[in-house]
Each structure stands twice: as structure tokens, then as C-alpha cells.
Design a binder for this molecule. Structure first.
Ligand code: MLT
Length: 312
């Protein structure tokens, strides 16, 4: 009954809750996007989409988990640039981002912001650059592990200044942000989805946005590029994946629920408040995600290899 059963299953799908795996800590940037998306998708799928945080190894643990999950349409992964940087960062990555998944859709693009603890003496990027160069041994930089975008941004910042700072890894930037607010770490580069509230409240030092253009959510914030770090740019993109072999009818149905969510006024308003941009329609497809991932692997591999950062 392969064809008939497949069709029947596609018609009744989803018949139980779907799990959306998040590779980082609850309450952080990826989690915020995932939970807002999951709530909106649940409405159009008529089934709950549950967010599951599987943290560790800079996001690679969650990706490995989903790569090996049952391809029955009930396990998905939401992940960011880490899908494209991990192959260059990990010598023994237990999955291949280009062959072990089905590609559902891209979701949103999110800028990052370079932040310092509130009592750092440096008030702007120029002062920070001098302070960091003069005190490199005593400055630390929080991140969410090798493969996190906070790691990638921090690596580019250190390269730009020619310094080698002590990095402090967390299970996500939610706990990293708490450490910054508590003054236990000095610097953190993190996504606006989490940082806008703290920047607006004035509880952190803000040194610049990682996009070349200023952003609508923080119109007065200077970009790192315009403050003198020429061409500094990190934009965080997010994709939804399923284990290889998940039926095409399922990928279509979940993809269409995502596309509906990306037009939902409550979803788009929330994302705009947090500085996140809905991706153009061409990226809201399986092929739009797969080809983008492939080009990002080509883009970041050489940058990371030249920095010589590796994990086993
Ligand atoms: C998170 O959700 O905690 C962040 O996306 C981690 C990161 O910096 O990549």
C-alpha cells in the first residue's frame, strides 16, 4: 500500500505534536524566533509545534540529533549560520549539512550588536578598540561555543583588532547575556532579537551593529562599519531542516505553514520590533535554503580556516 498509505498519511499529517529542536539555551535569540514561529505554525497546522532545546557543542549537538532522528515528519531543526560554519570548525562533525537533511525554508535575517558590560570605561567603538588593545590579557568575550554566531562575530572582532582574548563559552547567549548584565564577562556580540531590550533599557554598553546599514529597530545605533571597522558584516540567517528521507509531502506542508507564518501580522510585527527581517519569498523554499547553505559553506570555510580555530 506504499502509495495509498503515503497519501493517506499525508492527508492526516500532522496527527500528533511536532518537535522543533533549538540548538541553544531557552530564552535566547534562536529560541525567541523558534517559539514565535512555532506558535504561529501551530495555528495553520492544527497541531502543537513544541520547542525542544538541545544545547551543546556550539549547536552541533542538536544538528547531529536531528540528522539521526526518525524522518517521520515529527522532528525539525531550526538553526542559523552555524549550519555553514561547523564543517570548517569541527574536525569530526558527525553529520554533513549538505547531505543529511531535507531543507524546508529560511525564516528571518537578524543583525547582531557588539555589547560591553555597563561599567566598561570605553563609551564608543574607538575607545573600546584602544581599551581592548591595551588590556587584551584582562578582557574576556562571552559566546555560545564554536559554531555559534556570537563566536563568529567575536572572532571577526578579534581579527579586526589583531588581539587574542579569553573566550567564555555558554550553552546559548541567554546565559551569556546574564553574565554580561551581572558583570562577570566584559564583551558579547549577540543578536538584536535578544539585545534590543537591554540596549533600550541602557543596561549594557552598545558599540555597534554588525550590518553595513543602520537598522530600523535601533535607528540611532551606529554600525561597526561606519564607526571605523570597515566592511565588518555579520547577518544571522535561520533555516528549518528535517532529517534526510522525511517525505516530500510533509516538507511541503510544513514549508507552507512557515510561509503562512511569515505573512502573519502578529509574527511580522514581533520580528520587526526585535530587528529581524522576514526573508524574501525566494528564500522561503526548500531550494532557497539549500542553495544558500551551500554558498555560505563556501563563504565561511576559508575565513574560518585562515583563523585556525578548530575543535575535534
Ligand atoms: C542563541 O540562540 O543562544 C544564539 O543564537 C547562540 C549564538 O550566538 O549562536
Amino acid at each position: 500500500c506504499v502509495l495509498a498509505c503515503g497519501l493517506a498519511a499525508a492527508q492526516t499529517y500532522p496527527s500528533k505534536p511536532i518537535s522543533l529542536v533549538v540548538p541553544f539555551a531557552a530564552g535566547g535569540p534562536t529560541d525567541i524566533v523558534a517559539r514565535t514561529l512555532a506558535a504561529t505554525m501551530s495555528k495553520s497546522l492544527g497541531q502543537t509545534v513544541l520547542v525542544e532545546n538541545k544545547v551543546g557543542a556550539g549547536g552541533t549537538l542538536a544538528a547531529a540529533y536531528v540528522a539521526k532522528a526518525n524522518p517521520d515528519g515529527y522532528t525539525f531543526l531550526i538553526h542559523h549560520n552555524g549550519m555553514s560554519t561547523a564543517p570548517a570548525l569541527y574536525r569530526k562533525l558527525p553529520y554533513n549539512p549538505l547531505t543529511d537533511f531535507e531543507y524546508v525554508s529560511q525564516v528571518v535575517d537578524v543583525p547582531m550588536t557588539l555589547l560591553g558590560r555597563k561599567d566598561l570605561p570605553a563609551k564608543n567603538l574607538q575607545e573600546l578598540s584602544s581599551h581592548v588593545k591595551a588590556n587584551a590579557k584582562n578582557i574576556n568575550l562571552a559566546n555560545a561555543g564554536l559554531g555559534a554566531v556570537s563566536h563568529l562575530c567575536g572572532m571577526l572582532f578579534q581579527q579586526a583588532l589583531g588581539v587574542d582574548l579569553t573566550t567564555v563559552p555558554f550553552s546559548g547567549t541567554a546565559p551569556a547575556m546574564n553574565a554580561l548584565l551581572g558583570g562577570q564577562v566584559d564583551l558579547l556580540c549577540d543578536q538584536t532579537t535578544q539585545t534590543t531590550q537591554h540596549i533600550k533599557a541602557g543596561t549594557v554598553r552598545m558599540y555597534g551593529v554588525t550590518t553595513k546599514q543602520r537598522i530600523r529597530a535601533l535607528p540611532d545605533a551606529l554600525t561597526l562599519h561606519e564607526s571605523g571597522m570597515k566592511d565588518f558584516e555579520v547577518i544571522v540567517w535561520h533555516g528549518v531542516y528535517a532529517p534526510k528521507g522525511t517525505p516530500a509531502a510533509v516538507i511541503d506542508k510544513v514549508g507552507s505553514a512557515i510561509r503562512t507564518s511569515l505573512k502573519d501580522p502578529a509574527f511580522t510585527a514581533r520580528m520587526a520590533d526585535l530587528g529581524a527581517e522576514i526573508v524574501p519569498e525566494a528564500k522561503q523554499t526548500s531550494e532557497g535554503l539549500r542553495s544558500w547553505l551551500q554558498s555560505e559553506i563556501g563563504k565561511w570555510g576559508p575565513v574560518i580556516r585562515s583563523a585556525g580555530v578548530y575543535a575535534d
